[in-house]
Design a binder for this molecule. Structure first.
Ligand code: FES
Length: 377
């Protein structure tokens, strides 16, 4: 029996806090309600209708992501009516654009022809770049639907490739609006929004310009929020399937904020970077450098050993050799010109511990207070 500040979901009673939505209470209690447009932390839009549930006494199905809880509410999350509504949503989405992972049934005689057509348009070697990592595909499988029920409609917009970081494939966009919310509400860049109307609706930047000519700062928040293959990292596209990579959690090395990120590693090579969600300080967000600036890791130009300059040219040296040389030179300068003739600049890109050791070395060994850091080093 429900009571004040509690609701009943699928026959079980759960408490809620004022302002909680049905979806929040359900997820908090490990009740799976599928979503597509819902973006944690952003204003719910109720756009996709994937999260609908039955609420006793309500005249129609309710979008649980946008519906606030109320005392004595009785909710069912997976009734026949709910499942049928979700199947319909999926069928409509699958018949709009290139969702070729599940658009045709196994009996469709145009399957190969369709695949080839999509492959040609994609300029890629495989089909959907996020096959196996797509929310729409997962839900199509879960509810066993294809896009055969409704006549297929094509997207009138070509793929946008004109920037170094992000591919925008409008034919795979389901217009859930998560990218718009990620840009406007999470990153507060306000670079993209919905444009045009009806069947011509499109996510646009700066009055329908390419990202590169807009206010986009290429933080990639939209890519991380995209539940399908509409927004994909350019460099990692077709580099690896999700099951081929292992995710290594680490701390971004670009500044002192300490953003948490995952390195997606295939065959010992980093192929992609994503933000770790639900964890401070960045809660999944990254900047352009943290998300896309990882090519230096495998650069052949990267220094891997100390270098010593002699007679105007650099040669590789061992660490012992390099450290001995630096120690000797610092000692010579100190005894000849005094401690205050030496200073050290450290970096905002190293850890607190490394900066601590650096200042300790300067004060205790070099005997000077000339230590600072430079944010650009
Ligand atoms: Fe609730 Fe889209 S997830 S309407």
């Amino acid at each position: 029996m429900a009571s004040e500040n509690s609701i009943v979901i699928n026959g079980n009673q759960f408490s809620f806090a004022p302002g909680d939505t049905i979806l929040e209470v359900a997820h908090r209690n490990s009740i799976d309600i599928p979503t597509l447009c819902y973006l944690k932390g952003a204003t719910p839009t109720g756009a996709c209708r994937m999260c609908v549930v039955e609420v006793k006494g309500a005249r129609s199905l309710v979008a649980s992501c946008a519906a606030p809880t109320a005392p004595n509410m009785i909710v069912q999350t997976e009734t026949a009516k709910v499942v049928e509504a979700r199947r319909m949503v999926l069928q409509l989405l699958l018949s709009s654009g290139n969702h070729n992972c599940a658009v045709c049934g196994s009996t469709a005689d145009n399957w190969t022809e369709f695949q080839l057509k999509v492959q040609q348009a994609e300029e890629g070697t495989e089909l959907c770049p996020v096959w196996g990592d797509c929310r729409l595909q997962d839900l199509a499988f879960r509810y066993q639907v294809t896009g055969e029920r409704f006549e297929a409609t094509e997207t009138p917009y070509p793929m946008e490739t004109a920037n170094p970081f992000i591919m925008r494939d409008f034919s795979r966009c389901i217009q859930c609006g998560r990218c718009v919310q990620a840009c406007n509400e999470v990153q507060v860049n306000q670079a993209i929004n919905f444009g045009f109307r009806g069947a011509a609706t499109k996510i646009i930047a700066a009055g329908d310009r390419a990202y590169i000519n807009s206010d986009c700062v290429f933080c990639g928040e939209c890519v991380q929020a995209c539940p399908v293959g509409a927004l994909v990292e350019k460099d990692s596209r077709y580099e690896a399937r999700p099951w081929e990579t292992r995710k290594v959690r680490t701390t971004c090395s670009y500044c002192g904020v300490g953003c948490q990120l995952y390195l997606h590693v295939k065959d010992n090579q980093v192929v992609k970077v994503s933000g770790v969600e639900d964890v401070a300080p960045n809660f999944g967000s990254l900047c352009v450098k943290g998300r896309f600036g990882f090519d230096f890791i495998h650069s052949p130009d990267r220094l891997k050993t100390p270098m010593i300059k002699k007679n105007g040219s650099l040669r590789e040296a061992t660490w012992d050799e390099a450290l001995d040389l630096v120690a000797r030179k610092l000692g010579d300068i100190k005894s000849e010109h005094g401690s205050d003739s030496i200073g050290m600049l450290t970096s905002a890109r190293i850890s607190n511990e490394e900066n601590y050791i650096a200042q300790k070395f300067v004060r205790a060994v070099l005997e000077t207070n000339n230590v600072d850091h430079c944010a650009r080093l």
